[in-house]
Design a protein around this ligand. Structure first.
Ligand code: COA
Length: 561
């Protein structure tokens, strides 16, 4: 089918559906929902069989849904309507939730239902649920709806026919007052529920040191106590606040300033001088607390976790990760598994920390050098084999960081964006000029870097970018990772691969040294950061401040190219 995506943005769910429906043989073109006339023009140009709205924030124009079947993906159970579906599901503590594909008509979210898929809820942020459960359910529901539509015989269920069976109903837009934290009363569980329902957007607004900030990324702490609401300490750029029954770490803040487009940044950077004198609290040996890097050892394998918020890795995080990696190399293990986080593997440099720095150009330079140091440490490891496991999505430098490992796999549903160009034509580093051609050949470079489109894990495997895909089911994923890791760490196999790795590294080094690759890449990055062309700085500022764009990029809107 020819399917036009009408969407507010090319967000993670839209990217995943793009990858899945392209794989299923459909022809996809994309138009951002900027104004009615432009959407109608897009449909005229593309002549779609069907319009799919994976992520829309307003009604589809009458002139479209009256002429062309328009399927809307709603992150709620049948009957649920309104703009804050997941927020309310989290706030109400629903045990299960779902995704519904319905046909657009006069009333928003109230059209006939083509498919719905349910999932159990998890204690997680709205964006984590959206990236995992909602996305998996949406893919299943959209594929089912499309096959029902293609059959020509399926009659979608009118919402009214389901009223007796479903608890779903209309809910208004959530307001700050629905999740405002009362530090003198709310226990930690309540604070987590409120914050999770607003993370990643819009965050819970709260006053800190006399100014309003949106709070993001909360983690429990059972080692610290204090007066409820008080800032007890800081660690790695995060702050810890006391609650009535414990404490909570908050890693990111967004200043709320009337009339200004602000952006998320590490909490300590956002508070600056306001938290001068607040003590740095080292990670305790034991007890429930927040850490952003940790290593577990089991059966000859070290599993290194680094679930950085939104996959963004600051200079400090890259340096600490390199130190943790080097420490893992000192343990009595044979294999290091680079686990990243469960939601994101990595999205490269921390553009929020860079944006917040006094000199974004200098901070970009420090950040990329710290990530390059980490890549170099991985690439030149002689004592261990390395294994990158992308359980969550990865973008830009984050993808190339993974390629530094001896073996690279991704979970089946992972979406990779292995290119830098969308960030103001950034050249990129992370030794990509060495790692990419080694995997996809010289002719594959443009297919990966030049397309500027997301790749599904199976497509990445077929291109040779990664070695393999793992199962879809999260519960079997961990077992699968352990089995693969333990097989790689078997002494005989390990010895053979380690010898082969040392030999191949030496051959490559003789052809062109790692330091030459790095200095050539960094010479181009220096121009991006300090040169005459400000594209990267403008693109980064717009990306972090979420400045809306006025037209759909041509690499997405095929009907316009
Ligand atoms: N630094 C800081 N924040 C980042 C980030 C980065 N490198 N990459 C993503 N984020 C944030 C986004 O601002 C967004 O924040 P939100 O929670 O306020 O919405 C969140 O992570 C999710 O990103 P989003 O762009 O909405 O996800 P997506 O799935 O639609 O797209 C990418 C994924 C990777 C294509 C996109 O995030 C991207 O281009 N990131 C920048 C990558 C980059 O250029 N890194 C620097 C060069 S190494």
């Amino acid at each position: 089918m020819r399917i036009l995506f009408l969407t507010h943005a090319f967000n993670s769910l839209t990217q995943r559906l793009f990858v899945e429906l392209t794989r299923a043989g459909h022809q996809i073109s994309i138009e951002f929902d900027i104004n009615d006339a432009v959407s109608i023009e897009a449909a005229e140009l593309f002549q779609p069989d069907l319009i799919l709205a994976p992520y829309l924030r307003r009604r589809i124009p009458d002139a479209l849904w009256r002429r062309i079947p328009c399927f809307v993906v709603h992150p709620g159970i049948p009957g649920d309507r309104g703009p804050s579906a997941l927020d309310w599901a989290i706030l109400r503590g629903e045990a299960s939730w779902g995704v519904t594909v319905l046909q657009a008509d006069e009333e928003m979210d109230a059209g006939d239902i083509w498919a719905s898929v349910a999932f159990p809820m998890r204690a997680a942020t709205k964006s984590s649920l959206y990236r995992r459960e909602v996305t998996e359910a949406a893919v299943e529901a959209v594929l089912l709806a499309l096959s029902r539509f293609a059959s020509g015989t399926y009659n979608p269920a009118p919402l009214d026919s389901l009223r007796a069976e479903t608890p779903g109903q209309w809910n208004p837009l959530t307001k700050q007052s629905d999740r405002a934290i009362d530090w003198s009363r709310d226990d930690s569980a309540t604070i987590f529920r409120k914050m999770r329902a607003a993370d990643g957007f819009p965050g819970v607004f709260d006053t800190l040191r006399g100014e309003i900030f949106a709070l993001f990324d909360a983690h429990p702490d059972e080692t610290l106590r204090g007066r409820p609401g008080e800032i007890l300490g800081q660690r790695h750029g995060a702050i810890c606040r006391a609650t009535v029954d414990g404490a909570v770490w908050i890693t990111h803040l967004k200043p709320i300033v009337e009339g200004e487009r602000t952006f998320k940044q590490p909490a300590a950077a956002a508070l600056g001088e306001r938290i001068a004198g607040i003590p740095e609290i080292p990670e305790p040996e034991a007890g429930v607390t927040w850490r952003d890097i940790w290593c577990e050892q089991r059966d000859g394998v070290a599993y290194l976790h680094f679930p950085f918020y939104n996959g963004a890795m600051s200079t400090d995080q890259a340096a600490r990760l390199e130190a943790a990696y080097r420490q893992a190399c000192q343990t009595d293990t044979r294999l290091i598994v680079l686990m990243g986080g469960a939601d994101f593997w990595s999205n490269g440099m921390h553009l929020g920390a860079i944006e917040a720095a006094d000199s974004p150009a200098e901070e970009s330079w420090r950040n990329i050098n710290a990530i390059d140091d980490l890549c170099h440490a991985i690439l030149t490891t002689e004592s261990h084999l390395t294994f990158a496991v992308m359980r969550g999505n990865a973008g830009a430098g984050g993808v190339f960081l993974a390629l530094a490992a001896d073996r690279v796999v991704a979970a089946q549903g992972t979406v990779l964006n292995p290119h830098y160009k969308n960030m103001g034509n950034l050249y990129g580093s992370e030794y990509w000029t060495y790692l990419l051609p080694k995997r996809v050949g010289g002719e594959g470079i443009d297919r990966v870097m030049g397309r500027r489109l997301p790749l599904g894990a199976p497509e990445a495997r077929d291109l040779g970018l990664i070695d393999d895909c793992l199962g879809t089911d999260r519960s079997t994923l961990d077992r699968e990772i352990r089995q693969l890791a333990e097989a790689m760490a078997q002494p005989a196999e390990w010895k053979r691969r380690l010898r082969e790795k040392a030999r191949s590294r030496q051959v490559d080094e003789d052809i062109k040294s790692l330091s030459s690759h790095r200095s050539e890449e960094l010479a181009r990055m220096r121009l991006n950061f300090f040169g005459f062309d400000p594209s990267y700085h403008i693109a980064r500022s717009n990306f972090m401040r979420k400045i809306p764009i006025s037209r759909t990029p041509l690499h997405l809107a095929h009907h316009r190219s």
